[in-house]
Design a binder for this molecule. Structure first.
Ligand code: ACO
Length: 364
């Protein structure tokens, strides 16, 4: 029996949340190219309800999310202790999500409350790590404006909000990727939201998934700091059998549609913040990778530079991915929990057979 490695191409269930059919990413039927400038709150509503909200619903939904952004006092106290440890921010986030499941009302909590608290918790991790006081959401601002304020401590410009909104919309969901599938497996056992999200964070952390954005920037920094030629650097890594982070995709073999949009944002923000040299480096690596391997950049390649231009330290990049993807994780958890059947596939056993305990013990 020929088994597809990593379940590549295997359809494991149905979903109405999003699709990558024909390499076109759609949320509830709408192509992301058309949604890229839609307000993040509207896209979250779409993912959770598979329809667009009307104007009043959108206003109420935004108000609800922002009103729920405050964290319980005891969560902040506990976070202040763990977030200072010299651990990776994704490890801190993993523990924090689990913590939220004990300091909040697991039975009563619903997706809007959970998403709002996840955003504040992620921003708080960044603030605590930088020895900065935690900020509080402003009730008259939107979710994206608040989120940037909560992690940076500064009110963003309208242009920054617009750029970050697009980043959040493009990351909001992506069909059955590894972290979403992980969340769905846990949800299929009727476990609670926080348990599903904790599992999703664990899967996102790895460098072959969400952790790639941090590695992309590490590569760019190394090249710049050591003054190496980017093409020679990449060539050497490939020759030694290593992967170049931020390239390739399980689904998109002719290019990730999100990367094309993010490339333009990266070009613009890099120019505005004096980070052009990083963008130039990225372009050289991209050209070489295409010539040499026919691999295209994925969603993580350009967000690395965008997050850097928002003054985020590279270790926190994957927590940004988690902040955006929580919307999609929750949509899939809702959909999966409505099913009655736990996910429990089978495996093909390829180990030894016909062994006998006593006989083997005697022989030894
Ligand atoms: N650099 C160098 N070679 C690569 C890369 C890369 N980034 N990606 C794939 N390849 C090569 C593989 O080595 C393999 O070569 P081989 O056939 O000679 O063994 C071939 O291309 C096929 O690659 P697979 O890993 O089998 O492709 P798959 O579809 O399973 O993997 C994946 C997709 C995991 C994203 C892969 O491209 C990769 O590891 N990329 C780097 C990590 C990364 O950027 N991850 C983020 C993905 S997007 C996201 O999760 C949000």
């Amino acid at each position: 029996m020929e088994l597809p490695k990593g379940l590549a191409g295997v359809v494991v269930d149905q979903t109405k949340v999003s699709s990558t059919k024909n390499a076109i990413l759609t949320y509830a039927g709408y192509p992301i190219k058309e949604l890229k400038n839609a307000p993040f709150e509207e896209v979250v509503f779409l993912l959770w309800h598979t329809r667009l909200p009307n104007a009043d619903e959108l206003k109420d939904f935004r108000k609800l999310l922002v009103s729920q952004m405050a964290l319980p006092y005891e969560t902040v106290q506990l976070m202040a202790r763990i977030a200072r440890e010299p651990q990776h921010p994704m490890s801190i986030l993993r523990t924090t999500v689990s913590l939220l499941g004990t300091t909040n009302d697991v039975e009563r909590d619903d997706p809007p409350r959970i998403l709002a608290k996840m955003l504040t918790a992620i921003a708080a991790i960044i603030r605590i790590r930088n020895d900065k006081p935690i900020k509080h959401a402003r009730k008259n601002w939107g979710v994206v404006e608040n989120f940037i304020y909560l992690f940076s401590g500064k009110r963003p410009t309208a242009e920054q909000v617009s750029m970050f909104n697009t980043v959040m919309v493009l990351h909001a969901d992506h069909e059955f990727n590894a972290s979403t599938f992980t969340a769905r497996v846990v949800a299929s056992t009727k476990s609670d939201y926080y348990s599903c999200l904790t599992a999703a964070v664990c899967a996102l952390k790895g460098p072959l998934h969400g952790g790639a954005n941090e590695q992309v920037f590490k590569m760019l920094e190394t090249i710049r700091e050591t003054g190496q030629d980017p093409v020679q650097y990449v060539e050497r890594r490939i020759a030694s059998g290593q992967k170049i982070m931020g390239f390739g995709h399980r689904v998109y073999k002719d290019g990730d549609p999100r990367a094309a949009i993010l490339r333009e944002i990266a070009r613009k923000i890099a120019h505005e913040t004096g980070n052009d040299p990083y963008f130039v480096l990225q372009e050289r690596i991209r050209d070489y990778m295409f010539k040499k391997t026919h691999l295209h950049p994925n969603v993580d390649y350009y967000t690395a530079l965008i997050y850097h231009c928002f003054n985020l330290d590279r270790q926190t990049f994957t927590t940004m991915f988690a902040a955006c993807r929580t919307a999609g994780w929750l949509a899939h958890i809702i959909e999966q929990q409505a099913e009655g059947c736990p996910i429990r596939p089978s495996s093909e056993y390829v180990g030894q057979t016909n062994r006998h305990y006593l006989a083997d013990k005697e022989e030894n």
